[in-house]
Design a protein around this ligand. Structure first.
Ligand code: XMP
Ligand code: MG
Length: 176
């Protein structure tokens, strides 16, 4: 498959994704049975994963959407912050829904930010965890698939805006 001039191969099929998402939902139902978690899908990449996951959940839950935004840090580097939060997270059991953990820097920032806002607990459900992210001390509680470091698209994830609509996940073929 060609996208933006790159070659991609099918990597995770729609049925693999469906089965795994169901298992994640079962685990979350079990862990949150006495709670009412606030799910925070991070747009845009997680929109399909979040919809499929949330449809499978039986535990009472709230859902609100956020986005990442970058800003210049005092030392010059790009820092990430979350925007669009229109729900108080104070005292809430927050479960962030992310498409992919690459270096893990984004997750680290988000976790700190929500704890500063008084969240009672902050956990992550991440569909895809890249191998290189394991160096990061942030460990998502729920992980769909551990994958190699190549770029992936589909099931909500994009390459330069394209590919979000594919039901399967595709991985770039280096020098393909
Ligand atoms: P970090 O490094 O902070 O980055 O964990 C996470 C964000 O980077 C984007 N990202 C990808 N998006 N395919 C994508 O479509 C990929 O293979 C990929 N790797 C990283 C993504 O926006 C994620 O939230
Ligand atoms: Mg993206």
């Amino acid at each position: 498959m060609k996208l933006n001039g790159l070659t991609f191969k099918k990597y995770l099929t729609a049925s693999h994704l469906k089965n795994r998402v169901k298992k994640l939902a079962e685990k979350i139902d079990l862990d949150y049975q006495k709670k009412t978690p606030l799910l925070l899908p991070v747009l845009n990449g997680s929109f399909i994963f979040a919809a499929d996951l949330i449809k499978q959940l039986k535990v009472p839950c709230k859902v609100s959407f956020v986005k990442h935004a970058s800003y210049e840090g005092t030392a010059g580097g790009q820092l990430k912050t979350i925007i669009g939060l229109n729900e108080s997270v104070f005292g809430q059991d927050v479960l962030i829904v992310e498409d992919i953990m690459d270096t893990g820097e984004t997750l680290k920032r988000v976790s700190e930010e929500l704890k500063n806002l008084g969240a009672k607990s902050v956990e992550f459900v991440v569909l895809l965890q890249k191998e290189k992210s394991k160096k990061n001390p942030i460990k998502p509680k729920y992980i769909g698939f551990e994958i190699t470091n190549e770029f992936v698209v589909g099931y909500g994830l994009d390459h330069n805006g394209l590919g979000r609509n594919f039901p399967d996940v595709y991985q770039v073929v280096p020098n393909g």
